[in-house]
Ligand binder design. Structure first.
Ligand SMILES: C[S@@+](CC[C@H](N)C(=O)[O-])C[C@H]1O[C@@H](n2cnc3c(N)ncnc32)[C@H](O)[C@@H]1O
Length: 258
């Protein structure tokens, strides 16, 4: 993508998330900041079931697209030193209010994941939960994540599964058949939406991760737990669907030493 296209993509997503933030109540962020357990995705798969994060004590962590930063808060409670990065001032303002309320403090940086104003090799873990992983251009943010990590550092990110993308019609909820092409998938603005999302095939993620200096360690395809119920806000996928097929996936990669 050209510089202009990256600029336009970031601007569209900041506009979208400024509006989304206005719809978020602080109560929703408060609930997320107060949780002691970590769960993944719309159906709350427990970290214990996927075991992707592990012991974070003493780790320098950068969260790329931190939003309201509850994941960074969880990491801080477990002894990590997180830094939250997000380009949307309103989202960072919510995160700051949560810091004031909880006393859990860590730095926040206003920037897109495509260009992060932090030093090379300064983190042990880069993480994204529907942040950069969905809303930033992988051609730019994966090399940035690699630059920010120390050799041997890990990258963990959660995003929609490839199958979920392929089964998502232009409008309405996910269906149980393929309705879009896999070849050529990369960047999409859904009809009626202003945000720009990035969806890659598994093969393309692997190519881009390797080109950025990562070795892929795991791809965890999330299954909705038996007792999962529809998410109150993110209801694009039903639990019945996500018990049969993966709607979301977590990638784990490690920055190669050389
Ligand atoms: C689903 S929300 C954040 C997820 C976060 N875990 C949370 O629940 O608050 C998506 C976030 O991605 C951010 N975002 C949008 N474009 C981005 C970009 N280019 N780089 C990094 N983050 C971006 C938005 O500002 C928004 O805060």
């Amino acid at each position: 993508m050209t510089e202009r296209e990256v600029h336009d993509s970031v601007a569209a997503n900041v506009a979208k998330w400024t509006k989304q933030n206005a719809a978020y109540t602080d109560g929703r962020a408060q609930a997320a900041w107060q949780r002691d357990d970590l769960t993944w995705g719309v159906f709350g798969v427990p970290e214990g079931a996927v075991a992707v994060v592990g012991d974070v004590r003493g780790l320098d962590v950068v969260e790329l697209g931190c939003g309201t930063a509850y994941l960074s808060a969880w990491l801080a409670k477990r002894g990590a030193r997180p830094v939250g990065v997000d380009p949307t001032p309103a989202q960072l303002a919510t995160a700051r209010r949560m810091m004031d309320e909880t006393g859990i403090l860590f730095p926040l940086v206003e920037a897109p994941a495509e260009a992060v104003p932090l030093p090379d090799a300064s983190f042990d873990l880069a993480i994204s939960e529907y942040g950069a992983s969905l809303w930033a251009d992988p051609a730019r943010w994966l090399p940035e994540a690699a630059r920010l990590l120390r050799p041997g550092g890990r990258l963990i990110f959660l995003t929609n599964s490839v199958l979920a993308y392929l089964c998502s019609p232009d409008e309405g909820k996910i269906v149980d058949r393929l309705v879009r092409d896999q070849f050529g998938m990369y960047r999409i603005t859904w009809p009626g939406e202003e945000g720009v999302e990035y969806h890659l095939s598994h093969g393309d993620w692997i190519v881009r991760l390797r080109a950025s200096g990562f070795a892929v360690e795991a791809l965890r395809e999330l299954q909705a737990p038996p007792d999962a119920t529809a998410h109150p806000y993110y209801d694009w996928v039903r639990p019945e669907w996500a018990r049969r097929w993966p709607a979301e996936e977590i990638w784990v990669a490690r920055k190669r030493a050389v």
